[in-house]
Design a binder for this molecule. Structure first.
Ligand code: G3H
Ligand code: 13P
Ligand code: ZN
Length: 346
């Protein structure tokens, strides 16, 4: 199966009313866990790498790993996506290293911390779209600011958030602005801000309509009925994973993520790509800690990395099933990028 584009996957998801999880990857075990789970339930999948992941694994190794896993599981349509590209140059370099899709995150300037205004965001995103579409690659843009509606804070410390505090109005994606942004840039998918944020500590308690603004998504959807939306910060931070981590020596503050039923509500409102990193980090860390606690004499990495791989795979399988992606792989045409390029230029 070739590496496929985001556009093709999300068009299929929209046509059949489901969403595809986009899992962040940094190493072999994560990639194997995710794609073997996709294979087991016959689902398409998006593997995404942040700039940090690209420099950790190395572009050549990351690309080779994803292509090798794709050969191992030929039935799984895989999109290889740049997560939170900070500049046009980052997006171009991703495409040159085999990515079939990029996110140009112009809500922040190149430093990943200073806010980018509308004009800046449109300029960098439109330029990315112009170049990416020439070779058939897809582009995700973002409008609004990911951050907590409880505190108004982004999460600048992990390099994907603004510094300082914003009002509720400034954080949330505005329907009118979203509509002009899609029109001004030609993006294939649009990340929206409705109160989710990256990491484990998204909410101080189970979110409600005040802290997770699903109603805002409804308004955006009314303005943009055909746009594919992306939900960042969509880890659910399950209690069972928190318990495994803390029961085995880990330290976590009380943490609340996005309940899976809320993600399902967002899928009914046009969310087609659901970004998940933290849940895999928790699954991996919990499993490794458990092996170390239960068998302190163990020092074969295959024992703890194998356990981590199994734990991640279980989580991925659950998400494919709940998001409606299970069973969908077989009916996706899997067009090569060259074919997608012709469609954009037609
Ligand atoms: O967007 C955030 C993802 O969790 C990636 O995080 O930059 O630490 O790899 P990272
Ligand atoms: P989480 O931290 O909720 O997993 O979000 C990941 C993400 O949005 C990557 O872009
Ligand atoms: Zn994100």
């Amino acid at each position: 199966m070739p590496i496929v584009t985001l556009r093709e996957l999300l068009d299929h998801a929209a046509e059949h009313n489901y969403a595809i999880p986009a899992f962040n990857v940094n190493n072999m075990e994560q990639i194997q866990a995710i794609v073997s789970a996709a294979d087991a339930v016959n689902a398409p999948v998006i593997l995404q790498a942040s700039r940090g992941a690209r420099s950790y694994a190395g572009d050549t190794i990351l690309n080779a790993l994803i292509r090798a896993v794709s050969e191992t599981y030929p039935k799984v349509p895989i999109c290889m996506h740049q997560d939170h590209g900070n500049s046009v140059a980052t997006c171009i370099s991703a495409i040159r290293h085999g990515f079939s899709s990029v996110m140009m995150d112009g809500t922040l300037q190149e430093d990943g911390k200073t806010l980018g205004d509308y004009k800046y965001n449109v300029a960098v995103t439109r330029e990315t779209v112009r170049i990416a579409h020439m070779v058939g690659a897809s582009v995700e843009g973002e409008i609004g600011h990911l951050g907590s509606l409880e505190t108004g804070q982004g999460e600048a410390e992990d390099g994907h958030g603004f510094q300082g505090t914003l009002t509720r109005e400034d954080l949330l994606t505005k329907p009118e602005e979203a509509a002009s942004f899609v029109n001004d840039t030609g993006v294939d998918a649009l990340a929206i801000a409705i109160g989710t944020s990256h990491g484990a500590y998204k909410f101080s308690r189970k979110p409600d309509g005040e802290t997770l603004a699903v109603a805002q998504l409804e308004k955006i959807r009314a303005r943009l009925p055909d746009t594919h939306f992306v939900l960042h910060g969509a880890s659910s931070v399950p209690e069972y994973l928190q318990e495994i981590v803390t029961a085995n020596g880990g330290e976590l503050r009380p943490a609340f993520g996005v309940p899976v039923e809320e993600i399902e509500a967002c899928i009914r409102l046009g969310v087609r790509k659901v970004n998940i990193d933290t849940d895999l980090r928790l699954a991996m860390t919990g499993a490794i800690r458990q092996v170390f606690t239960q068998t302190p004499e163990e020092f074969d990495p295959r024992k703890y990395l194998g356990a981590a791989r199994n734990a991640m795979s279980t989580l991925c399988r659950e998400r494919f099933e709940r998001f409606g992606a299970a069973g969908k792989a077989g009916s996706i045409a899997c067009l090569p990028m060259e074919e997608m390029a012709l469609r954009y230029t037609a």
